[in-house]
Design a protein. Structure first.
Length: 169
């Protein structure tokens, strides 16, 4: 079998991206990256900068978001009509998805004018790996209640297992 080569040895091989720039007029360095969740103690030291380069104050690393806050925002987005119900499918377990779909049909947290926001969140720990959470949802001059239960699965992910809203007043 004869192997056919389409390129000769003199032709350069095509590259997957353009060649790098070798410009000496480039500024002192790239802007600093935002710190990761790991924190500043794990980050390597930054190279010294030129005196002409302006320094900015380092941003403090944000703490990780608690599951109670995360689920309150997600449920609020679904129940206010900002997101579809199936957006929560992988974050629910048991009958919670059916309850959420039933509640979302009526749009209990939909408002006219200002969009609803989470005012306050509290929780109770009934057992290891379970949280019962309440949230006060405000939109304009209305204040509504949202309650849900989170359980920690075998894969160490939190899932919503029950959802309820307070009566409309």
């Amino acid at each position: 079998m004869n192997k056919v080569m389409s390129r000769t040895a003199q032709q350069p091989r095509p590259r997957h991206r353009p060649p790098t720039r070798h410009d000496t007029r480039r500024p002192g360095g790239a802007p600093p990256r935002k710190p990761s969740i790991r924190g500043r103690r794990d980050m390597p030291e930054v190279a010294a900068r030129k005196a002409s380069t302006a320094l900015t104050a380092p941003e403090a690393a944000l703490p990780p978001v608690r599951p109670t806050d995360l689920f309150a925002e997600r449920l609020l987005a679904v129940l206010s009509g900002q997101r579809p119900v199936h957006w929560m499918l992988r974050h629910t377990a048991g009958r919670a998805y059916d309850d959420l779909a039933r509640l979302a049909e009526h749009g209990p947290l939909r408002t006219r004018g200002s969009s609803p926001v989470v005012h306050d969140i509290g929780y109770y720990v009934p057992s290891q790996g379970a949280l019962e959470v309440f949230a006060r949802i405000g939109a304009g001059d209305q204040l509504r209640a949202l309650a849900f239960r989170l359980e920690l699965g075998q894969d160490l992910r939190w899932r919503c297992t029950a959802v309820e809203t307070g009566p409309r007043t």
